[in-house]
Every structure is written in C-alpha cells, then in structure tokens.
Design a binder for this molecule. Structure first.
Ligand code: SF4
Length: 368
C-alpha cells in the first residue's frame, strides 16, 4: 500500500510493474518541444497520457489539475511541479490549482486561516516568482474550503464510495477522524470538476504528481467510471515524477532543513548547503582520478539535472568528466554552489516583486 500522507521510499520500477503505471518514455517522441523533466527521465510514468498527447497535437481543450498543500516552506524539489505547470500553461491548457486547506486541516491540524496565509505568502508568491501566470484567464487558484462547486460535487461522488473501500486504499481505521476520511473525496472532486458542464464539459485532464499520490489518482479514475453516465467524465490521465534526493542523501524534506534548499534561503545559505552536500565522489583524489565519480548517486549532479543546467549538452559533458575522473568534487561543487547562489539572487528579487500580485490571487472568482 502506498501512503500519500507518509514518507515511504519508493521503488520506481516496482511501481511501474505493480500498479500498472506505464513508462513515460513511450511518449517522448510524440510530445512537441517536451519539458526537460520529460526528456531527462524525471517524469518516468503515466496513466493514459495518450489523451493529452492527442489534445496537444490537435489543439483541443484539456485541463491540468495540481493541488498545493500549504504545510511548510517550499524547497527546490517543489519547483518541479511549477515547471510542469508553466509548460502546460504555454501549451494553452486550463490550469486548476486547488489549495488543499481542508487536507491541511484534517491530516496536519493546520487551521484554515493559517493555511490561507501560508498559501499566499509562500506558495502563491513562489509560483508567480518562478514564472507561472496566476492571473491568466485560463488559470484558477482556489481554496478547497471556499469552492462550492467542488464541495457539492464531492458530496455527490461520496454516495458511491464505501468505508471499506477507503479502508482498503488508505489504511483508514476505526479511529481515523471523519474529516480525514472525507478529504480524499474533495481531492477527487478537485480533479473531476473541470469536466462539469459549468466548467466547459467533459475533456481530457492530467494530474502531474509524485508516485506517492497514486492512490488518489486510482480512486479518482474509478469514481469517474462510476459516474460516467451521469457526468460523462473522461477518467483523468496522470504523470509521475521522481523525487529529487535530499542533500544529505535521503529524502528532501521541509522538516529537515539540511536536506533541502528552500526557495526562501539566502543565496549564501544555499551556497553553503551545496558545498556540504553528499556527492558520488571517491574517498581520495587519487581514486577519483583513477576510477571517476558516480553522478547517478550524487545530489549535486541532481541539482543540475532537475533545475540548474538547461543545456543537455553541458550536462552530458559534466557527466562524462565525472565518470572519467577529469573533474574533482571540490571544483564541481564550487561551480554548482555558484549557480545555485545566482539562481537565488535573481529569484529573491522576483519573490519581492510577486508579493503584491500574490495578495490578489485568491480574490479572483474561481473559473467554476
Ligand atoms: Fe558529483 Fe561532481 Fe563529484 Fe561527479 S564530480 S560525483 S557530479 S560532485
């Protein structure tokens, strides 16, 4: 069982085998100007992405739904989802960004007011600063607790879901509070509501997620089938991305400050963190010159792969230099630390400039 509220380490290959997630590589040649996360294998799996490829090719309407749960500071790993949304926005998709304040309340005990403040000051501000246009007429950002369409749909959908089913999917038990039990239905409604008549009717949709969120996707697809005759829902597609490794070698997590580079870190703090990050280097310079490093297990290399190095050619050159023992970790870390510092110098200015717009985003009427 995958626990979407836990912190299990995931075996990506196993997921593909066990849960019927298909390799994303199958589609890479069919997507026009694919995102670097797609070409570099970071987005590794999908369900029914063919519908999205078709919509992209034929320029038909489709929706992208990607929630944010305000529960802590955003780190560099979270940037990945925003990069995907920017890509889809440029492709003309309708973008829906539910702010999961109900989930924060039921699963993390964060009250609604705190969630809203955190969503604005941290998440919405960063999303804008990273380049997502939240004022775009086809983009809707809303609080789950305030969206009546979503709330009403969740209640209707709940009619065809049993407690036993929720127990089997999420491991809920007798002492699980009812709010927590109900919140997956809100997420299902978040994903399906863009297909309601008032929102433009049935259309392909895609949810880009980490594989830990797959239980929600499977539940949503099942429920979409159950309500097919009533709402004509098309089961949503999904894509799955790998998680960036923390600088300490385990999971990058907001609750472990040394494992993560926060988008609000000062450039100097980030520089220091990169310089002390775990690498795939050898114990001595002699050994490294002789046998080379292992970029596949290097967290510094991952920073380049996921975020900092736009050029595929330069990335390949570094990979080769590392493997051949032509570059040592000290020099490499220094270069990457400098790139990270530069990124944050520019980003902190963008963050300052985004604050005013961020305050206004939740005052906009949701698209539906
Ligand atoms: Fe990582 Fe660079 Fe060292 Fe290779 S040389 S292991 S990429 S830090």
């Amino acid at each position: 069982m995958i626990d979407p509220w836990g912190s299990t380490t995931l075996d990506y290959e196993k997921l593909i085998e066990q849960f019927g997630i298909k390799p994303f590589a199958d589609f890479i040649g069919e997507v026009e100007s694919p995102n670097h996360l797609m070409t570099r294998g970071i987005i590794f799996g999908h369900r029914d992405y063919g519908r999205i490829v078709k919509a992209l090719r034929e320029k038909n309407p489709f929706a992208v739904v990607s929630g944010m749960m305000p529960s802590g500071k955003m780190h560099i790993g979270h940037k990945m989802i925003v990069d995907q949304l920017i890509w889809y926005q440029k492709k003309g998709a309708d973008i829906y960004i539910p702010i999961a304040d109900m989930e924060s309340y039921s699963a993390r005990s964060i009250d609604f007011e705190t969630s809203k403040e955190l969503a604005i000051s941290e998440y919405i501000t960063n999303y804008i600063a990273l380049g997502l246009d939240l004022e775009n007429k086809n983009t809707s950002t809303y609080l789950q607790s305030e969206n009546k369409t979503v709330g009403n749909l969740a209640y209707k959908l709940a009619k065809k879901v049993t407690f036993n089913e929720m127990k089997a999917i999420y491991g809920f038990h007798g002492s699980t509070n009812i709010a927590h039990l109900y919140v997956p239905l809100i997420q299902v409604a978040d994903i399906l509501h863009p297909q309601l008549e008032g929102c433009g009717g049935p259309k392909p949709s895609v949810v880009p997620v980490g594989p830990d969120q797959d239980p929600h996707i499977r539940l949503t697809r099942d429920i979409a089938e159950r309500f097919k005759s009533q709402f004509k829902f098309i089961p949503p597609s999904s894509t799955y991305h790998r998680f960036i490794t923390g600088l300490t070698g385990d999971k990058m997590s907001s609750s472990k400050p040394n494992s993560a580079i926060f988008l609000s870190d000062s450039p100097e703090t980030a520089e220091k963190k990169v310089k002390s990050a775990k690498t795939g280097g050898k114990d001595s310079l002699d050994e490294q010159r002789k046998y080379g490093g292992i970029p596949e297990v290097c967290t510094v290399y991952e920073l380049l792969l996921y975020h900092l190095e736009p050029s595929g050619k330069k990335l390949t050159e570094l990979y080769e230099s590392c493997k051949n023992g032509n570059i040592m970790c000290g020099e490499c870390k220094k270069n990457v630390a400098e790139m990270m510092k530069d990124f944050l110098i520019h980003f902190s200015k963008k963050r300052e400039n985004s604050k005013k717009t961020a305050q206004k985003i939740l005052e906009r009427e949701p698209k539906c």
